[in-house]
Ligand binder design. Structure first.
Ligand SMILES: CC(C)(COP(=O)(O)OP(=O)(O)OC[C@H]1O[C@@H](n2cnc3c(N)ncnc32)[C@H](O)[C@@H]1OP(=O)(O)O)[C@@H](O)C(=O)NCCC(=O)NCCS
Length: 153
């Protein structure tokens, strides 16, 4: 399996917040944003592995600013690290100010996806080819988190 750079699986998704996506105060319902996060990460994982992967974990999810009905929302997902059968993916959710094109961060999260083989069991993923210092930093931080989780049992 050839190693792949994070840029090869980088995923961008754009959504428009409609009334059915909102709560009683007219801001986006957290569960809808979480579903978009899951889809965006899932596509990045599929692009890296070339097959379907499942969500094992979503953590560090923070909603930093409300998203309103009528807002254009941009989601981006990038692989932070690839391990044996799992991948850590970082995701950002931004409000795109359509008049100016400027973007502001509304939410972010990290997800772990596991690649499954034909038998439905975890199977190896291609290595992640770190090309930049940022790629190396993100991969090292993800490895540290994974080690901490494993030593915590
Ligand atoms: C995720 C899942 C496939 C892992 O299966 P498993 O038999 O526990 O697999 P293993 O213990 O061999 O672990 C496989 C990999 O997953 C990782 N993993 C498993 N559970 C994890 C968790 N909760 N958080 C982070 N990583 C996890 C392991 O660290 C391992 O990574 P590595 O191969 O890179 O070292 C299984 O728990 C599952 O099917 N969960 C339900 C997934 C689902 O339905 N998601 C929602 C819909 S997509």
């Amino acid at each position: 399996m050839d190693a792949k750079a994070p840029s090869e699986s980088f995923t961008e998704m754009t959504e428009l917040v409609l009334p059915q996506h909102t709560n009683a105060i007219g801001t986006a319902f957290g569960g809808v944003i979480m579903s978009w996060i899951d889809i965006c990460c899932s596509i990045a994982a599929m692009r890296h592995c070339g097959r379907v992967s499942v969500t094992a974990r979503i953590d560090a999810l923070e909603f930093k600013a409300p998203i309103k009905v009528g807002d254009v929302v941009r989601l981006t997902a990038r692989l932070n690290a690839a391990f044996t059968s799992s991948m850590e993916i970082g995701v950002r959710v931004e409000h795109e100010h359509t008049k100016t094109g400027k973007r502001s961060l509304c939410a972010n999260a990290r997800a772990t996806f596991v690649n499954l083989g034909e038998d439905g069991k975890p199977c190896p993923v291609p290595s992640l080819l770190a090309e930049t210092d940022e790629d190396r930093r993100l991969a090292a931080e993800a490895a540290e988190r994974r080690n901490e989780r494993r030593s915590a049992g």
